[in-house]
Design a protein around this ligand. Sequence first.
Ligand code: FES
Length: 101
Amino acid sequence: MRIDQSSSLLPEVKRGKKIRIVVDGSFLDAFEGETVAAVLLAAGVIKFRLTREHRHPRGVYCGMGVCYECLVRVDGVDNVRACMTPVVDGMNVETCREVEL
Ligand code: FES
């Protein structure tokens, strides 16, 4: 969920240009300056990858590039940290893949 409006309690909401990315074959709206993780979470996607051995779901944990729990495939490149990767118009993101670290 994104905050769409300003209020007396929040500063004015300013966003980058509206763009679209493809996530697992579906289009999602995004804004320039957001990370892949922010766009996925705003859309309600919390499972980013599966562990190799037990196929346990993983998602954002640290949110700052340290834990490597948020790995996704971006434009065919495996093991990209969603929390550290800014969205680009037309980017293709694949989630819930088994990941070998
Ligand atoms: S959430 Fe920890 S590296 Fe992305």
